[in-house]
Each structure stands twice: as C-alpha cells, then as structure tokens.
Design a protein around this ligand. Structure first.
Ligand code: HEM
Length: 539
C-alpha cells in the first residue's frame, strides 16, 4: 500500500493536519491582514530609528525567537519515516490485539535515533540506536519504544538519571558531544557493573550500524500478551531487518562522520525516495507465564539480560514497510511523542522495574518538551480511531468540546456515551489482573546480581573478526579515559568477562593484565545456556 505524497503547503495531508497552511495568494500577518512589505521595518525616515509600533516586525521576530523547542533529554538526534504494518495473523490465540489479526494493515511512524548526542550531532557515533514505532491501530495507539541492542545499562529506572549524566558530555566543556569515550562513562559502567553487557554490545560492531535499514530492533523488556480467554504469555519483541544486520568499520564511521554527519538520515530518506522501502519483520520470543518470570536462570524481569534465540526462536507476527518520508521534520519527527505506556488491549507491561519507571518518564518529559498537556493533539501523535477521553482545556487546547461537562456518573449529558452504550464486560480490560503481594522495600532481587555472564555469552558468540573489532574498540575508547583507576577498574571487569579479551586490551594500553575475580552474583550457566554456541560462523 502506497501513500501519496502530501501536496505542498499542506503539512502532512494524509496523516497530518487537514488545515491548509500558508496558502493565501497574498502575504498576510498571522491574523490574516494583507501586508505588502515584509522586507523593511517601520522607521522614522529611511535611515532613522525603528518604531516600537511596528507590530508586523514584532510578530515576525517574536515567532522566530520561539521556533526552537527543547531537544529530547536523550535520543535527541533522530530520523523518521511512515509506513504500513501487515499482520501475518500468526499471533493466533496468543494475543487479542486487533492489529495482529490476519491480514490487518496498520499505519506506523518510526523514529530511529542515537541516544547520547545532541540534535545536531553526527549520525555514525558509537552509541545505542533508538528504534521507536508508533502503530495507529483501530484500538488506539500502540508504541513499541525499543533500541537496536537487546539489553540495557541499568535494572531499575531510578538509575536512569545517573547513567544519562554519566554518558552525556562533561559539564564543563560539553566534550565529547557524541561518543562513549570519556571518563564519566567508564567510571559509571565499571562501578555499576550491570552495565557491562550493554557496554559490550556498544563496543561491538552493533554500536556503529551501517544503516538504520540494517538494524535489528528489540523491545528489551519482557512484555505480557493477553490471548483468548484472558491467557497471559510473556514475550520479548524483535524487529528483523530484511536487509540483514550490517555495520560500519570504525574507520568508515569516522570518515562518514566527517564527510557526511547526516549519513544515516540521508540513507533512510534516499532509500525511500528511490523506492527501496526498508522492511522489518516483527516477532516475539514467547515464554510461558507460570508466575516465576524465569527462564534457565535468566530473570525475565531483568532488562540487562537477553535470551538466546537458539533456545527460544523468534516467532514472526507481521511485516513493516517504511514507504513515505515525512514532509515536515519538525511536525512529524521532532514532535512525535512515544511512550511505553501507549498500549492496546492484548498487550500489557510486566514488573520489570526499568519499564515501570519508563511508564512515568515519557509523559513527564513530553509535558515540558511539547509545551503542556495537549501534545496528544499534535497531528503525528493523534490516534486514528475516535477518542473520548473526558479531558478538557489546558495550554494549546485545539479541540472545541461539546456538551456541558465530562464527568461520570452523569445523568445530564456527555460523560462517556460510548462506554455507557456498552454492557459491562463487552470491552477487553486494558490491564491484566495480575496478583501482587509483598512488603514495600527498596531492594535488588538476588536474581539481578549476575553482571558478567551475558557480556561473555554475547562476546563468545561473535566471529573472530568481530571479536577483533571489540578488542580494538575497548582499546581505543579506554585509551581516551584519562583517570588511571577508572581504566584499571574497567580492565578488571573485562578480566571477569573473558581472559583473552582482557589480555588484548591491557596489552594495547601497555598495562598489566588483571586476574579474573570471582564476580559476586555469578551463576553457573544452566546446561541449556552453556550449550549455546556462536550464532555466527567463526572464520
Ligand atoms: C527517549 C528507548 C529507558 C526516558 C527514548 C527513545 C527511545 C527510547 C527509542 C526515543 C523516542 C523518540 O524517538 O522520540 C529506551 C529503551 C530503554 C529506555 C529501549 C530501556 C530499555 C529509559 C528509561 C527512562 C527513559 C529507564 C527513564 C526512566 C526517556 C526519555 C526520553 C526517551 C525521557 C525522551 C522522550 C521524549 O522527549 O520524547 N527512549 N529508553 N528511557 N527515554 Fe528511553
């Protein structure tokens, strides 16, 4: 299914606002009064002072002065595209979500991003990439807000400000703008060792993708699907690119950054313009929901862990094709607001403490970034199905609500007429009735305390060439760390992960090789896990 390009002067006519913009034949003020001269301010004689009464000058400058909004606190640099998701209908009894029913087509908007750099930073920095997808389903918006790496640095959202402060540029000189090679990053990940697995993925070729079109995507957390009869299953979401997974070499990434800082953004837009529409298949790893959220010693609620596909293959649910570039970067790519709490009946969250904090964070930050509580009305964020949310007023309210007052129960008017027409139980509940009990504590589960085995599992799954790249990446990036104790602490972590890796990096840095420590929390891999070999042919 192809979407026609919007006509010039109509911002996003298919997905966007239907209000024609800037189409009158003559130039006007923003209030519509015709103006004949927008090139000269109103002055006392042609060389005299400018008059404060020049309201056209003031309006024009006032608006220009406020053209910029705050960039995202993370994932500031991104590129987006529109497309269509087509369900294979293979979800069957697993999930009641309407958009997963057979043959169903759903419009999507995807935003790819780097995490650390500012809005103007280079595309090819060594970093994690965001892979956020908005599905405009008939049952509301579903956002799958994922990354191109299946694990995360932290296990509890309360650590998110810490990790972000550590990876962002140093506060004094705002250097480096876009890369992981600095003292605070290495300080944090070597002290907060749950970050070691994600760091390993960053130091691998996955940290410098060839193209957004050639990246996998991961929901990272374990989610819950609700099937027919209310049956719950635990799943991990995956996007599989049709073009396969490809990376740049470090040298290529550096050259591209210098020659074309927009390398990935250009690649995505050019491919779509040329009709080479990028495609991904959406799939899930499925786990029985037996109440333990555990698989072969892996706590499925721990977002620093992935489950090897050799043990749980990905079952494909549908295909996404991105076939239309945004017509206005600001209106679409910049103003889009993703949120892991945008869920539809049949998809629910789990108790992963990172996911739980995200459910607060996105709405909160967007309240500031997008100027008040009505950013859901921005065209790119609007659901495509009818909405009756009982919300009213607030900054930048664009709706003219009818009726007297939105409240329930309500015998006079309005309220929630759609709901009142439906008998109790006719709509599936949004939340799964999960049983919870326990004491209020601030504590880490014991099952979260193994911080090295997954870094090792991933490293040992790589081909020899890929392992060489990892050694070179650690040697280069740690070589940029100026604090000897921090470097040594990270080298100790590498020794705990893999002796040969630690040896190669310490030698490259001219330092003595540390002995592996018995890492606290290290667990014997289960027989199934210990049999997982390299998923790539070893050359
Ligand atoms: C933005 C993914 C963890 C807070 C984003 C974006 C992605 C993403 C893809 C960019 C969205 C866009 O393109 O507009 C992830 C993943 C995480 C994670 C996969 C862990 C598995 C967290 C956590 C927090 C957080 C733990 C806070 C507790 C934010 C914020 C933004 C953001 C504040 C900016 C949103 C905006 O301004 O629109 N994240 N994130 N993220 N994330 Fe996360």
């Amino acid at each position: 299914m192809n979407h026609p390009s919007p006509q010039p002067g109509h911002a996003g006519s298919k997905h966007g606002t239907q209000i024609p913009s800037q189409t009158s034949e003559s130039l006007t003020t923003s209030q519509g009064s015709p103006i004949t001269d927008t090139d000269h301010s109103l002055k006392v004689s042609d060389r005299g002072p400018t008059l404060l009464q020049d309201h056209h000058l003031r309006e024009k400058i006032m608006h220009f002065d406020h053209e910029r909004i705050p960039e995202r606190v993370v994932h500031a640099r991104g590129a987006g595209a529109h497309g269509i998701f087509t369900s294979y209908g293979t979800a069957g009894d697993l999930c009641i979500a309407d958009f997963l029913q057979s043959g169903k087509q759903t419009e999507v908007f995807v935003r790819f991003s780097t995490v650390v750099g500012s809005r103007g930073s280079m595309d090819t920095a060594r970093d994690t990439r965001g892979f956020a997808t908005k599905f405009y389903t008939e049952e509301g918006v579903f956002d799958l807000v994922g990354n191109n790496i299946p694990v995360f640095f932290i296990q509890d959202g309360i650590k998110f400000p810490d990790v972000v402060h550590a990876v962002k540029p140093h506060p004094d000189r705002e250097i480096p703008q876009a890369q992981s090679a600095h003292d605070t990053f290495w300080d944090f990940v070597s002290l907060h060792t749950p970050a070691q697995a994600h760091t390993m993925w960053n130091m691998s070729d996955r940290g410098i993708p060839r193209s957004y079109r050639m990246m996998e995507g991961f929901g990272v957390h374990t989610f819950r699907l609700i099937g027919t009869g209310g049956k719950s299953s635990l799943v991990k979401f995956h996007w599989k690119p049709k073009l396969g997974v490809h990376s740049l070499t470090w040298e290529e990434s550096q050259l591209a950054a210098g020659a074309d800082p927009d390398f990935h953004r250009r690649d995505l837009a050019d491919a779509i313009d040329a009709g080479h529409y990028p495609e991904w298949e959406l799939g899930v790893q499925i786990f029985e929901d037996d109440g333990t959220a555990e698989f072969h010693g892996i706590d499925l609620l721990d977002p620093t862990k992935f489950v090897p596909e050799e043990l749980v293959p990905v079952q494909l649910l549908g295909k996404m094709v991105l076939d239309r570039n945004p017509s206005n970067y600001f209106a679409e790519t910049e103003q889009v607001a993703f949120h892991p709490g945008h869920l539809v009946p049949g998809i629910d969250v789990t108790d992963d403490p990172l996911l739980q904090a995200r459910l607060f964070s996105y709405l909160d930050t967007q309240l500031t970034r997008l100027g008040g509580p009505n950013f859901g009305q921005i065209p790119i964020n609007q659901p495509k199905n009818p909405v009756n949310d009982m919300l009213r007023d607030g900054f930048h309210q664009h709706k003219i609500h009818e009726g007297i007052a939105p409240y329930k129960p309500n015998s006079l008017d309005g309220g929630c007429p759609f709901m009142s027409q439906l008998a109790e139980g006719e709509l599936p509940p949004l939340e799964y009735p999960q049983r919870v009990e326990g004491e209020k504590v601030r504590a880490e589960p014991v099952s979260f305390s193994d911080h090295y085995s997954q870094a090792r599992l991933f490293y040992r799954s790589l081909s020899r060439t890929e392992q060489e790249h990892v050694k070179q990446a650690y040697s280069f990036e740690l070589g940029k760390c100026t604090v000897p104790e921090v470097r040594e602490r990270q080298l100790q972590c590498l020794a705990n992960i893999d002796a040969a890796l630690a040896q190669a990096v310490t030698q490259a840095l001219g330092l003595p090789v540390p002995e592996a420590e018995t890492a606290p929390g290290e667990v014997e891999p289960s027989p199934a896990l210990s049999q997982v070999g390299g998923s790539w042919p070893v050359d």
